[in-house]
Write a protein that binds this ligand. Sequence first.
Ligand code: DGJ
Length: 756
Amino acid sequence: MSIPYLRAAGTSLVLDARGTGVPVIVHWGADLGDLNGELLETLADASVPAISPSSIDVPLRLSLLPTLAAGWSGRPGVSGFRPGGCGGVALDLRLTEVQSGGVRAGVPSASGRTLPGTQALTIFLTDAAARVTVRTDLELSVEGVLRLRHTLTNTGDDPASAPFELGSLDVILPVPDRAGELLDFTGLWTHERRPQRSTLGHGVWSRESRHGRPGHDDSYLMAAGTPGFGFRTGEVWATHLAWSGDKHVWAENSALGYSALGSGELLAPGELRVAPGASHTTPWTVAVYSAAGLDGLSARLHPWVRSWSTITGHRPVVLNTWEAVYFDHDLSTLARLADAAAVVGVERFVLDDGWFTGRSDDRRALGDWFVDPVTWPGGLHPLIEHVHAAGMDFGLWVEPEMVSADSDVARAHPEWVLGGVDAAGVGGSGAGIGSASVGVSSPALTWRFQRVLDLGNPDAFGWVFARLTALLNEYPIAYLKWDHNRDLLAGSAHRQTVALYRLIDAVRAEHPGVEIESCASGGARVDLGILERVDRVWTSDTNDPLERQQIQRYSSVLLPPEYLGGHLGAATAHTTGRTSELSFRLATALFGSAGIEWDLTRANESERVQIATWIARYKQLRPLLHSGVVVRADPSDPALELHGVVSPDQNSALFAQVALAAPRAALPERMRFPGLAPERRYRVAPLSLGVPPRTIQDAPPAWLAEPGSSGAAGAFGTDGSVTLTGAVLALVGLPAPLLAPEQAALFTVDAVDGRR
Ligand code: DGJ
């Protein structure tokens, strides 16, 4: 057991846990094949490096928890101090035990499910002099997803012992030198998940979130790969921190001679004090290796997430009222909207912001979670009954972690407001950011005119829990859209995040049937920590399909598409002012958890027919879209993208050829369909959503021309199809239709040689 070797699905990890030093990851990456104990010993021995000039006098190895005491002068795995001491505690940890286990409690703390086949190791380290132990949990799932976390215990057991002030406790994983190109993400409101690439030179490339949520600029994944790695090519090592609060994730290429990916919670000074006898457990770092580009990451992550997902059953088609009516709530308007939704096939009607006491705009009333008696004299019952009668279930928007300065609850309990209230007692009502206290007390800054409810305060927690459960008890609510519309801007993100998880878990425990969507001004809280507790994420506040193509493309590297809420919006997007054709909006919203966010009562008859056709198709395709393998061809022209979903048995697939802009050549590169079984035969046919995409071709490619036609101008054959092998479709491909900019063409791909 001194050299554990974990293998799953083409990936492996070798750990040198001999002696008393902190174990060293000798290898994390491709599967190394069958290696017996002797070969593993030889591998570990042969991995011990030379001693370089002007260095420590023993070979320097990057351990699981590197510290100065072990000669590591890069970013440390753990740091902290004891008050009254002089400087930080230089932990000198020693290995005391390694335990291995077959099946362990699986992922979600929320579900507590067991994931069969997971290989697990637990490593125990101690620094007796410093009175600290660290336990490291390390798991490799059957899909090849690795995850690690640490638990630090302050073993000073007499009450007089000093607390251990934790500075950082991070997971650091080695990556080989050849992983010299980095990909991580940035973004802003309505433009989340923008990829950014860089070369990893000596030093640290660090992404830090101090938003109290991952933020719109969330790094999301930190991926290091072989130069030029793409969706289908190159080796990639990537990490993600399963945590919804502050964090830092980084890549380091140390002049000492090691490259590594690191991640952990970002702690404010004094934020985490481990009392004598107490412990602190970090969030999980999820780490994935792929030999086949970013798609290879998704191919491990998606089935793994699905193995513990809270989702049961299919994702219903949603109509969300936000961009349809905003705060203009009125029973007859909403009942008409519900009727229009039901007619086109919507399955869930979600009443967004604006339903609670006094909430006439975004400046007030957050926290007063009572149905507004003026707008809703009969409560929400008449609307919900109407929605039910129309055959849909009902969802409700809430923002439980927030409180408006101008609210009854803030007035009654100023001590529940994170950071307190200003001298006027209400803090910034209607005053834009800040109030009288701008520049004096940052916690008093308002953001969207709102403040944060201190969930770490048991009374505030109890009150909001009581309000949520009272609503769920009174009304048949199938779904909560759980929003979070500001950064915390307070040094207590840890306490707040832990309390948030506790709150969601408590609500779910009390109402296990209720689904939850995580929203944070769109996609500012999309992470695997929240995902253990929710059934959907609101990917972005933009319904503009052009923006959405990119946001969904990169969001789905980590998350399976069934989690990614995507709505059909109005022709002119509210967030960008860009006007898009219906066919493009429909084709874009299809690849996710689809819905509508548009005043359907204003749609004309032809639009409604097309929407109904789209929803009917979506319902047919939903099993494929929400269980399949996500694939994306590497584009040679950045204006053109081909992406799709292939069923796990490779019997069928749906692809979209997307023109984001004008192509760089008159005849675009062929569509090369990835992910099919090379030896099987497939029929490729265009899929109509009721309206064809707009093309700029005088005649379509021969294979798409309607049988017998000469390829008339603008024609996009609806009967054209071709049957070829998976290998031919992947390697040679098919000529693409000449799409006008901001158009998408859909293709079904079905095996014709018998299903398997
Ligand atoms: C921000 C969300 O992202 C929107 O979808 C909407 O729910 C508003 N909040 C409501 O205030």
